[in-house]
Design a binder for this molecule. Sequence first.
Ligand code: NAD
Length: 261
Amino acid sequence: MFLKGKTALITGSTSGIGAAYAAALAAEGANVIINGFGDAAAIAEQCAALEASSGARTIHNGADLTNGEQVTAMAEACAAEFGGIDILINNAGIQHVCPVDEFPVDKWRQMQAIMVDAPFLLIRSCLPYMKAKGWGRIISTASAHASVASPNKSAYIAAKHGVLGLTRGVAMEVAEKGITVNVISPGYVWTPLVENQIPDTMRTRGLTREQVLNDVLLAAIPQRKFVMPDQVAAMAVFLCTEGASAITGANLAVDGGWTTQ
Ligand code: NAD
């Protein structure tokens, strides 16, 4: 329970990797602010389960990350309620698979808003609280697509390179303040985000479901299996330890060897 007394704001934590981050940090005693969409009863159940596991507080804030005012209001409300935010995890993300010359402009803007603009706004809001305490952890979920490319994912690749650049810049600004800033870059993790892109990939590349799974997704991964959400969350827990306090500005791959090839 080494995070007892600390508060973590985790975007996109009603599902997939974000839910795993929330569970892992709560298990170490952190108060957790869940953010994301979903069924209200399921979210209430998730919060209750986290509180039961940790004894710490868990609340949900449903800010839509495409709305800058809601993003900033979420940070301010959470900091006021918990006396600051010690750990910020920018995790929410969406995927859209489409050739760039047909890519809907609105979808492009939505993806940059969630995966680049919201991390910028949240970092901007949370940093003063971290600086005041002389301790902070800022972690963003980037992707193997912050280092490598695939066809028909130009908006996602641009956003993930963007959040990595943001991370490196901020890490330099706060390097002497006890605050570390890093990205975790998973490979393919078996979550709704991956499952939902299978039909589009089948359509745009004329493949069967089996071909998408084995010849496209897992073909890129030397371990030939999907990463599990709790394996990504384990890296976030490590980054919160004092042992990880010299790691900053880093792009930490949890990708089954994908970006090593
Ligand atoms: P997911 O679809 O399971 O969860 C996405 C979360 O983001 C949900 O909680 C959803 O409600 C939330 N969200 C989406 N739009 C939002 C908005 N406008 N405002 C607030 N919340 C919003 O996805 P996941 O696979 O767990 O992905 C989490 C992160 O990991 C994303 O940034 C994704 O790009 C990244 N990632 C995923 C994989 C993978 O293979 N699954 C690989 C590399 C990186």
